[in-house]
Design a protein around this ligand. Structure first.
Ligand SMILES: [Zn+2]
Length: 143
């Protein structure tokens, strides 16, 4: 690690796909990323506060991964809900329907958590470029 830049340099930005230090489209700080940062800060004590981006070279791949991720998540949650409905349908009494519902909801949550394992975060797609960049700045500063 060569440290040649000034002390007050801005936070480095890393691409989430190729893991290289790159500039790119910023990743939205969603709850999953917040949770990961929290774990890193309190459990691993290794939070680096880098900015996460998707670089130009990885953008096409990113779109593919993101699509796959959201589709898989929808399937997982859909399966959980189907499972929940089936449990309710086959339960003969209200009591067993209640425990069936609890199991079904637990299953859905578990499937949802599983789908987060290969989490691909949303990015600030510069569709109307300047506006979204400014909105990002604003939400970052009023935290
Ligand atoms: Zn990249």
């Amino acid at each position: 690690m060569a440290i040649e830049k000034g002390k007050t340099e801005k936070r480095k930005s890393y691409c989430i796909l190729c893991a290289k230090e790159r500039d790119g489209i910023p990743v939205k700080e969603d709850n999953v990323i917040k949770a990961i940062r929290l774990i890193k800060r309190h459990v691993l004590k290794s939070e680096k506060r880098n900015r996460l981006v998707v670089c130009k070279e990885c953008y096409a791949d990113y779109k593919k991964y993101r699509k796959r991720y959201t589709r898989r998540q929808a399937i997982y949650v859909g399966l959980g809900i189907v499972f929940l409905i089936m449990l309710l349908a086959i339960s003969p009494t209200w009591q067993s329907k209640l425990s069936g519902a609890l199991i079904g909801i637990g299953m859905t949550l578990l499937l949802y958590l599983l789908s987060l394992l290969n989490h691909v975060p949303e990015i600030d797609i510069p569709s109307d470029g300047r506006r979204s960049a400014r909105a990002g700045e604003a939400s970052a500063s009023n935290k």
